[in-house]
Design a protein around this ligand. Structure first.
Ligand code: ATR
Length: 262
């Protein structure tokens, strides 16, 4: 790739930086659509986030930036505007820099997640969904699942209070979805989604017991690396359909391209 003065520049802000995959996925996507755009990961410590964002505001060839752990929530106070979706989720994962230097944050995780399910022909509308985890990523997927018309959504999390708070927030916005929080048997659900970090390390325990989950059910794990978590390997061995985290990232690429377009 040749980066010139005409190239549109984007960043991905993160700390730590080693795990960042989004920049490579974005570079490959923009190259594939013939867009002259280059993305670089930038290692920014939490205490420096405000100054880093203020500097980007001055960089006229920067079209936007991705935000990942641990900046997704803290970045909001440094932006000029966030979309209603980002407001609802309480986190931003992409920021566009307008030609005038305004910084607008959006959260594409929810739409990326449900778009990846749709692309893999996993139905959500009217289905019973069990979501494990209620952290930042879990907030996005829960709102996404309700928006996509899930019939029932049960949120299970180690910190039960967070699961209840998320369930209440989703229920308030999506009265058509029956939302609840607490422990549940995975086998009675059509779709089981892991949004916890359990599965990133090889010796992690399974985030949820999937005994009895087999053909007819889908198990989704939003972890990107490894591509096949222990949960997915077990689910596949039991005959369930499985979908990993990479499609969720891939599905966001077209959304990013549209979002940052001037
Ligand atoms: P992210 O932005 O990636 O979602 P996060 O907001 O820190 O990160 O959320 C991590 C999720 O993984 C949470 O649901 C967390 O559970 P708690 O809310 O109880 O902390 C879950 N998680 C992380 N480590 C876990 C563990 N060892 N056992 C069970 N759940 C875990």
């Amino acid at each position: 790739m040749e980066i010139t003065g005409k190239t549109k520049i984007m960043f991905v802000l993160a700390d730590p930086i080693d795990h960042v995959r989004a920049s490579a996925v974005m570079n490959a996507y923009f190259a594939s659509i013939g867009d002259d755009l280059a993305v670089s990961p930038i290692h920014v410590l939490p205490g420096d986030l405000g100054q880093a964002v203020a500097s980007i505001r001055l960089m006229r060839n920067v079209f936007g930036f991705g935000v990942t752990i641990p900046h997704k929530t803290c970045v909001i106070e440094h932006l000029d505007e966030i979309t209603p979706t980002a407001q609802l989720i309480g986190a931003v994962n992409f920021v566009k820099r307008t030609a005038e230097g305004r910084l607008v944050g959006d959260n594409l995780d929810a739409r990326g997640f449900t778009a990846s399910l749709a692309q893999h022909e996993v139905a959500v509308r009217g289905r019973k969904v069990l979501q494990v985890g209620a952290g930042g990523a879990g907030r996005a997927t829960a709102f996404g699942l309700a928006e996509a018309g899930a019939g029932e959504l049960t949120i299970m999390n180690r910190d039960d209070g967070k699961a209840h708070a998320l369930a209440a927030a989703v229920a308030a916005h999506y009265p058509a979805t029956k939302v609840s929080a607490g422990r549940a048997e995975a086998r009675s659900f059509d779709l089981i989604v892991n949004t916890t970090s359990l599965g990133m390390k090889p010796d992690d325990p399974l985030p949820v017991d999937i005994e009895g989950v087999g053909a007819g059910a889908t198990v989704s794990d939003i972890i990107v690396n490894p591509a096949v978590t222990r949960l997915l390997a077990r689910a596949a061995a039991q005959g369930a359909r499985v979908i990993g985290g990479r499609p969720m990232l891939d599905a966001q690429m077209a959304l990013v391209a549209r979002f940052i377009a001037r």
